[in-house]
Design a protein around this ligand. Structure first.
Ligand SMILES: [Zn+2]
Length: 376
């Protein structure tokens, strides 16, 4: 009898999980026709909505190869294959997101480093033709708020925006005003994406009053608000999230728990971080998921990729129509060699996220199963 009850419970659980997932496996309905950033925001909330969950798929930092300062570390097959292994996951998401760690720009020298480029100072530019690979990988929206977006100045940032516009990928956080946020139409709902980083060209993670105002503005115009931030100290020794402002290379890089709670209080429904080049823990606040760092994702050629900096993942998140977390999933990957993104049979990123969450957020972490299923 006991066995029968267990069997019955397993079948019911499986049916529940299947029904949760199957409702999200529909083709993308994201309407990318509206070329929206803050000032061009569409009218307030739609009259007609449905209550289907929204599936987000998110990766961390993308830098697909830079021919500057020299072309010695460009990817094979001109980068066409870099994102192929993760494309099926992004294809089935309603919103596929990552952080584009550098401009799409084809010429010129960087004023950032002078003669030291590539030795002690890193300035990146990806060929504009690589935008086609981002589109083929099914990305809907990218964060442009990070510490490499300005490596080739205002021209680099403008060319990046125009290039993404030309392939129909939206972007957030290219500067602190006009391009701070963007809007997508998903399943009859309006979704705002606002992106922050730790410099003052873009919405700044250190300026909590401004963050609150921006997210309140986004929330007043959208049904769901997604916040992205680039922040925190870098490297394997900085995988933990402190409850204070982090200082790295002399820069304030955010009091990230305070930032995340501020934006959720202001109306954000999910907060996705990146910037430390390693994975960090997760917590739940007001039924909303905060992922403190998705780490490196596809960073080809110029980044040290060993141990913690090579571990990566695609985070799939199902949000309820009201923005609360339903469930999420860690798809573990690893970057091999110079940055060959590969499924990770050891699933080490699941264990890393779980142990960091247990250490940093023992009372607020989500449940994380050994196969990477995340539940509130
Ligand atoms: Zn960065």
């Amino acid at each position: 009898m006991k066995n029968f009850v267990q069997f019955f419970l397993i079948i019911v659980s499986a049916m529940f999980l299947f029904s949760c997932n199957s409702s999200n496996n529909q083709p993308k309905e994201t309407n990318i026709a509206q070329n929206t950033n803050t000032d061009a925001a569409p009218q307030k909330k739609n009259e007609q909505k449905n209550n289907e969950p929204i599936k987000i798929a998110a990766g961390g930092d993308i830098m697909m190869g830079s021919p500057y300062p020299n072309a010695s570390r460009m990817p094979p097959n001109d980068g066409k294959d870099l994102l192929k292994v993760v494309t099926p996951i992004f294809e089935k998401a309603d919103i596929a997101f990552a952080n584009l760690e550098g401009p799409l720009f084809d010429s010129g020298n960087s004023g950032k480093c002078g003669a030291s480029a590539g030795i002690t100072c890193f300035a990146f530019r990806m060929p504009t033709r690589y935008a086609a690979y981002l589109k083929e990988a099914s990305f809907d929206v990218l964060s442009l708020a990070n510490n490499h977006a300005g490596d080739f100045g205002d021209m680099g940032r403008e060319t990046t925006r125009k290039t993404l516009d030309s392939v129909g990928i939206k972007h957030a956080g290219s500067d602190r005003n006009e391009y701070a946020m963007t809007f997508l139409e998903v399943k009859g709902k309006k979704v705002a994406v606002v992106a922050f980083a730790h410099n003052s060209i873009v919405p700044n993670v250190n300026e909590l009053d401004n963050a609150k105002a921006l997210v309140e503005k986004a929330a007043s115009q959208a049904d769901i608000v997604m916040v992205s931030f680039h922040g925190g100290a870098e490297g394997a020794v900085n995988a933990h999230v402190p409850q204070r402002t982090e200082i790295f290379l002399g820069e304030a890089r955010g009091n990230l728990p305070a930032f995340a709670r501020t934006v959720i209080d202001a109306g954000a429904d999910i907060v996705i971080g990146h910037g430390p080049h390693v994975l960090r823990g997760m917590e739940i606040y007001k039924d909303r998921l905060i992922a403190y760092s998705l780490g490196n994702f596809e960073t080809y050629g110029w980044f040290p990729l060993v141990g913690a900096t090579a571990e990566t993942l695609v985070l799939e998140v199902n949000l309820a129509a009201d923005g609360k977390l339903i469930d999420a999933k860690i798809n573990p990957f690893v970057q091999r060699g110079r940055g060959d993104l590969t499924p990770d049979p050891n699933k080490s990123s699941i264990r890393t996220i779980k142990s960091l969450s247990q250490a940093d957020f023992p009372n607020t972490m989500p449940k994380i199963s050994d196969d990477g299923i995340i539940t509130p």
